[in-house]
Design a protein around this ligand. Structure first.
Ligand code: ARG
Length: 577
């Protein structure tokens, strides 16, 4: 976190020398190679170029005025005008001591807290949640957690698909074909069965499809019977969703499904038409994007020929509602990559509709989960994998591993550890790859105790905790009162401490770029630094006095950062494994 202070100082100096400089471009970040320093800024090169100055000369001027002695031993100009900072032993020790005293955990709350709406998970009513929804749920939850940890205000909103043309068929199926006993036992399974059957029947029989459309029209007109069935379908689905969310530890502040915006759709269409932003075309009403190359061929329908609104209309109404209700600085939508075009249309239309709105809109999209064969992940029988089954299997497999490793623990304990490890492994495997690439689902890989996996990190955490079962309460208390003149000497101590310092920076990068994989890699490196430290620097034996307390504090802080970091990924920790 020292980089923040250095950065502030650097900004002041640049503001003095170049009053018109855009200070947002002035960043201090970890040095890509520790050989050159701990932190680096490349801001001066661009600033010099804009002004046709010699970057190294500018850098010399900056250094002449830059006082970073409270934190740095040296500042050096390198290459074409980089500034490299090496932090001092005193500043490092002081920051560690502050953290050990509980003043911070290497995170500074955001200077300007933002309001962010995170729209994620958003499954569809009457259908089982499948692996496609898992990525949105896990990724969205993690982003919300990162933003919150940094002090931003977050509103999580589950935009469930509880409206739309599928309900015509669902209503018809419900009336013609519902098996009440099956519904009682497995509501989603029964609704799915019924939907598949009626869907196929409607494809084969145009008259039947007409009847389904009439059911939909009746629902939309407020027919009491259809409304009652529809509500029941939502309620039954919500029970299923909630069970999964509870298992995943995911919470939503709002669940305003698509139907919530029904009353506003006509008005949205009217506003677009009146403002000349949409026009009738072949019976429908469309928004055209002739000036946007990638959307040119994709006008967006906001009213179909039969008068019905669309997914697009609903998303526009949703945006307006969120803006008015929460005045967010940003709205983050987490869905798979196939919706990229949809969100481009939404964002472009919105800008035309509300040009004064300053909200930042982000479509955070992700790739697919693949099976061993490189094709979309399916069950052996070729069905889509249901999320509930996947989580069951994760826990079962983890139970076997945990039982092999630790047969001495009670069954209840092993079950609880297996729950944490199993669910954690699924989440971690999902968050670790660059979200935009597809990844191959592999139980063996995600449950391995070696490598960049949840079990490895969870195990590292238990090692940090195990140490504290061997020390006295007095010693634990003394960590909060480290003297301010200790110096870290062993290279492994220094490396671990410096890595700890960057925790907040990484969480901030996760929130800014919507990429939790940064944090996965940071935690993996942290576990590595901790292992090297623990191997080379005795903590419990052959060491006493301040040196021992400092090492204990480093163990404690490594554990706390691991735990907090895993928490941002939505992963619980366990004391034993
Ligand atoms: N229900 C949609 C689906 O399952 C996702 C909705 C995403 N959010 C949104 N505001 N469009 O594909």
């Amino acid at each position: 976190m020292l980089h923040i202070f250095i950065e502030q100082r650097l900004k002041q100096v640049i503001a003095e020398l170049l009053p018109d400089a855009n200070l947002e471009t002035v960043l201090v970040r970890p040095c890509p190679d520790a050989k050159f320093g701990d932190y680096q800024s490349n801001a001066l090169m661009a600033l010099a170029k804009e002004r046709k100055l010699n970057p190294r000369q500018l850098a010399t001027q900056v250094i002449g005025k830059l006082d970073v002695k409270p934190w740095c031993d040296s500042v050096e100009i390198a290459g074409a005008g980089f500034l490299n900072f090496r932090i001092s032993a005193v500043a490092l020790a002081r920051t560690i001591a502050e953290a050990a005293a509980g003043k911070h955990l290497f995170i500074q709350p955001a200077e300007k807290p933002r309001v962010a709406v995170v729209d994620f998970s958003s499954p569809n009513v009457a259908k089982p949640m499948h692996v496609g929804h898992i990525r949105s749920t896990i990724l969205g939850d993690s982003l919300a957690r990162a933003l919150r940890l940094l002090g931003h205000r977050v509103i999580t909103d589950n935009h469930i698909g509880d409206w739309g043309t599928q309900f015509g068929k669902l209503l018809l199926g419900w009336k013609q074909d519902l098996d009440r006993a099956a519904l009682e036992k497995d509501p989603i399974g029964e609704m799915e069965r019924m939907y598949k059957k009626i869907n196929a029947a409607c494809d084969a029989d145009a008259a039947l499809y007409e009847t389904a459309k009439q059911e939909l029209a009746k629902l939309q007109a407020g027919d009491p019977e259809n409304l009652a069935i529809w509500r029941q379908m939502i309620a039954l689905s919500q029970v299923q969703f909630d069970t999964i969310y509870q298992r995943l530890g995911v919470h939503f502040d709002q669940t305003l499904g698509e139907s919530f915006y029904n009353g506003q759709l006509k008005d949205v269409v009217r506003q677009f038409v009146e403002a000349g932003l949409a026009r009738p075309d072949e019976g429908a009403i469309r928004i055209f994007f002739d000036d946007v190359p990638e959307l040119k061929e994709h006008p967006a329908v906001i009213q179909k020929a039969d008068g019905a609104a669309t997914y697009t209309t609903t998303d526009l109404a949703t945006l307006a509602y969120r803006l008015e209700t929460w005045q967010p600085d940003e709205i983050i939508y987490v869905t798979d990559g196939r919706q990229q075009l949809h969100f481009k249309e939404i964002f472009t239309s919105f800008k035309r509709w509300k040009p004064a709105a300053k909200v930042k809109l982000a479509h955070v999209w992700f790739g697919s989960i693949l099976g061993d064969d490189g094709k979309p992940f399916k069950t052996r029988s070729g069905d889509t994998v249901k999320l509930a089954d996947l989580l069951d299997e994760a826990e079962e497999r983890a139970f076997k591993t945990v039982s092999d490793k630790n047969p001495g623990l009670s069954e209840a304990e092993r079950k609880e550890i297996a729950r944490i490890v199993g669910i954690g492994a699924v989440k971690y495997a999902d968050l670790l790859p660059n979200r935009q690439s597809d990844y191959v689902f592999s139980w063996d890989k995600m449950l391995a105790f070696n490598g960049n996996t949840a079990p490895y990190l969870l195990y590292a955490y238990t090692r940090t905790r195990g140490i504290f079962r061997k020390v006295t309460a007095a010693e634990i208390a003394s960590m909060a009162q480290l003297p301010d003149d200790f110096v870290l000497r062993a290279p492994e101590e220094i490396a671990l401490a410096k890595h700890l310092l960057n925790f907040g920076l990484v969480v901030q990068a996760v929130a800014d770029d919507c990429r939790p994989n940064y944090l996965c890699n940071y935690l993996y490196d942290l576990a590595g630094h901790f292992a090297r430290f623990y191997e080379n620097c005795p903590v419990l034996k052959e060491v006493e006095g301040t040196e021992r307390t400092v090492r204990l504090a480093l163990c404690d802080l490594a554990g706390r950062v691991l735990q907090q970091g895993l928490r941002v990924l939505g992963i619980e920790t366990t004391e034993h494994m």
